[in-house]
Write a protein that binds this ligand. Structure first.
Ligand code: CUA
Length: 311
């Protein structure tokens, strides 16, 4: 998940990334060759046929059938190649194999939630390597766009209908997920990651993430804490992050940006989860997404608070 600062395409890690890149580089190469040829000939002509003296007069020029034909035939052939090639890649990317593993994607201002067939929910997209994965996507508010640069997968996520995308990851690693449709104030923080795992690791993760009804609340809370992606901003060991650490938070006195204070009791923790913008802690920005009140059940919130109180 390195920052991509190269002028070339990002790392390629899906089965059709090579096809997309091949076509892109073909178009780029043709464009460069044509650009250099056209500009080169133009400069040469400007020099070759420059006015040599005041008495210089242009001589009528007889056009060449070969030149005329070439600038009709060559671009037509190039366009036909790009169309045929592009259409093949488009169809391949558009039609998921029938045996693809389906994951439901929910986009909301400003986070991603991935839901698995066994009911597991996660803020990071875990997928098995070398297996086609189909995403069934919808949004609960505005238009978002699901983009994994390393997979060359990009698809709009709409509020009033399902859209689909699919990919097959080719190696085990972690890749960046971005939202590429401007969706409001925190659009640029609407990030997630794809964790590509071996089939065994993936199945183990899926099993471990299933919540058992008989689990103690704090244990359930720990799983929800990880699934919802909370550790991205909140550490539990006191280290700094985009959000306050949870270490020792329960019962501590909190000072807010408006100068007021409160003791972090259960009611404070609850409102900090479901309405984080209401009281913003001093030294922090109001960047926490506000959808948890809608996406987490009352039991989930109770479990999270139980977990936080143990930190
Ligand atoms: Cu969601 Cu931009």
């Amino acid at each position: 998940m390195d920052e991509q600062s190269s002028i070339w395409l990002p790392e390629a890690a899906s089965t059709f990334a090579e096809d997309v890149d091949g076509l892109f580089y073909f178009i780029l190469a043709v464009s460069v060759v044509l650009f250099v040829a056209v500009i080169g000939v133009m400069c040469w002509f400007a020099y070759r046929y420059r006015r040599q003296s005041d008495a210089d007069r242009p001589v009528p020029f007889k056009e060449s059938k070969w030149v005329e034909a070439s600038w009709i035939v060559i671009p037509t052939v190039l366009v036909a190649i790009v169309f045929t090639w592009g259409f093949q890649v488009y169809v391949k990317m558009g039609v998921a194999p029938p045996n693809a593993y389906e994951i439901t994607v929910r986009a909301a201002k400003w986070s991603w939630l991935f839901e698995y067939p066994n009911g597991v929910r996660s803020n990071a997209l875990h997928v098995p390597v070398s297996r086609p994965v189909r995403l069934k996507m919808s949004s609960s508010d505005v238009i978002h766009s699901f983009f994994v640069p390393a997979f060359r997968v990009k698809m709009d996520v709409l509020p009033n209908r399902y859209t689909y995308a699919w990919f097959e990851a080719t190696r085990q690693d972690t890749f960046q997920v971005l939202c590429t449709e401007y969706c409001g104030q925190q659009h640029s923080t609407m990030l997630s990651r794809v964790v590509v795992q071996s089939e065994d690791d993936f199945q183990a993760w899926l099993r471990d993430s299933v919540m058992d009804e008989s689990m103690p609340p704090a244990e359930r809370g720990e799983i929800i804490f990880a699934q919802q992606g909370c550790p991205a901003c909140h550490s539990i060991d006191g280290s700094a992050g985009a959000g306050p650490t949870l270490q020792g938070i329960a019962g501590s006195e909190r000072t807010f940006t408006d100068g007021t204070t409160a003791v972090a009791d259960e009611n404070y923790l609850r409102s900090a989860i479901i309405d984080p913008a209401a009281q913003v802690l001093q030294g922090f920005q109001p960047v926490m997404p506000g959808q948890y009140g809608a996406t987490l059940s009352t039991e989930d919130i109770d479990a999270l608070i139980a977990f936080i109180q143990e930190q």
